[in-house]
Design a protein around this ligand. Structure first.
Ligand SMILES: *Cc1c(COP(=O)(O)O)cnc(C)c1O
Length: 385
């Protein structure tokens, strides 16, 4: 995963830093684009997974659209050159300012998450003499079988409009002169590795599409969201099986010839293309535990502290060595949850060794913070070495 050249270059750099394999990113994007093309599916990249500009540049050049969840992301997407008619805007709490900004930019579609939001968008669009294109984000009550902190499509989640509110939603759409109904939207969770979940989603999408059409609406867009997972335990398994993923939708979704199917992939596109490279500051050998203390912490990579996420940890200074000692690998931040892994088997590790936290391309750099007045995290690209 790291070339000898990469590793010898790392020795000259100040740590910690995010290392990006832009060659792998390119391969992942092309594989996804080719697989989607087979069925004429449209892909929007979920920008919140990673908004590093070098990464965005490649994704834009692949021809994907942008799926945004804030006004800041909408502006950034347009600034880096995503086409306005390929920008969609989701989120349960869009402010008036964010809605107005997106209306001024004539984005492709708002994915609307409540009836009150429909009314607000209609009113704000009216003031501008515009028609806002909207899709209804429906909460389909489908269990994504993923970590409870990253599931979004169950009745108890805050996202989307629940099925029992759809009659009122349809009424609101019909009387809103400044809204144009485009279709329906779903996003049931993240890091989904059991593809059967998507079969269940398709069944629900078909039901909801039929429901709207029976009431006189034309459903032009079926947006099934994202959530496809990556293999954190085997980071060398680098490119997700986009073929198998899209095939499920082609088999189980009822799609009319004039309907478009949209996807919003984040993690699967960028997750494996980056690692957080850190240096061992100290090794503390205790009676019950051995600790490796890194110069990277939850301020650089928050996922383990936030939802007990697993990242494979490797000692890249000792790749050839096989002996195994168990360590708790922790960061320097003054929080007990600042821990990357417990009882991790690694070769005997010394101060100064380089440690890679693998598969950090999604929800890594974007969640970095200045807690403890930590410095900005730096990024390094394989193509610049
Ligand atoms: C986060 C998000 C996505 C992408 O999720 P991944 O698990 O990274 O694929 C897609 N759609 C919406 C609405 C999101 O909020």
């Amino acid at each position: 995963m790291f070339s000898d050249k990469d590793i010898s270059h790392f020795a000259n750099l100040e740590t910690p830093f995010y290392f990006y394999d832009l060659t792998l990113l390119q391969k992942t994007l092309s594989t996804c684009a080719d697989a989607a093309k087979l069925y004429n599916f449209h892909v929007h990249y979920a920008m919140k997974a990673n908004f590093n500009e070098r990464v965005l540049e490649k994704i834009k050049d692949t021809g994907f659209g942008a799926d945004c969840v804030s006004g800041g992301e909408v502006s950034k997407a347009i600034e880096v050159g995503f086409k306005k008619n390929q920008v969609v805007f989701a989120g349960v709490g869009k402010s008036d300012k964010e809605i107005n900004g997106a209306l001024d930019n004539d984005i492709f579609c708002f994915n609307v998450e409540s009836i009150q939001e429909l009314e607000v968008i209609n009113e704000l669009a009216g003031k501008k003499n515009k028609k806002a294109r909207v899709a209804i984000r429906i909460n389909p009550n489908v269990d994504a079988h993923t970590h409870h902190n990253i599931t979004t499509g169950l009745d108890e989640n805050k996202f989307g409009i629940n099925s029992w509110d759809l009659p009122l939603c349809a009424e609101t759409l019909k009387k809103s002169a400044n809204l144009e109904f485009l279709g329906i939207h779903f996003h049931i969770g993240s890091q989904i590795t059991n593809l059967d979940v998507y079969k269940n989603l398709c069944v629900r999408v078909n039901e909801f599409a039929a429901w709207f059409e029976e009431r006189g609406f034309t459903v032009k867009v079926l947006n099934v969201g994202g959530g496809l997972g990556i293999d954190y335990h085997n980071p060398e398994q680098q490119i997700p099986d986009f073929g198998a993923y899209f095939k499920i939708f082609s088999e189980f979704l009822n799609v009319r010839s004039n309907q478009e199917v949209h996807f919003e992939l984040g993690r699967a596109l960028v997750g494996q293309s980056s690692s957080l490279i850190s240096k061992v500051l100290y090794v503390k050998n205790g009676k019950k535990k051995n600790f490796i203390i890194l110069d990277a912490g939850m301020t650089e990579l928050m996922r383990p502290a936030l939802y007990q996420a697993y990242h494979k940890i490797s000692n890249i200074s000792k790749l050839a060595e096989a002996d195994a000692v168990k360590y708790d690998v922790v960061g320097p931040i003054c929080e007990s949850t600042d821990c990357f892994g417990k009882e991790v088997e690694l070769p005997t590790t010394l101060r100064g060794d380089l440690i890679a936290l693998n598969s950090t391309g999604a929800y890594g750099e974007v969640m970095a913070s200045h807690y403890n007045l930590r410095e900005n995290i730096v990024s390094v690209y394989n193509t610049d070495i």
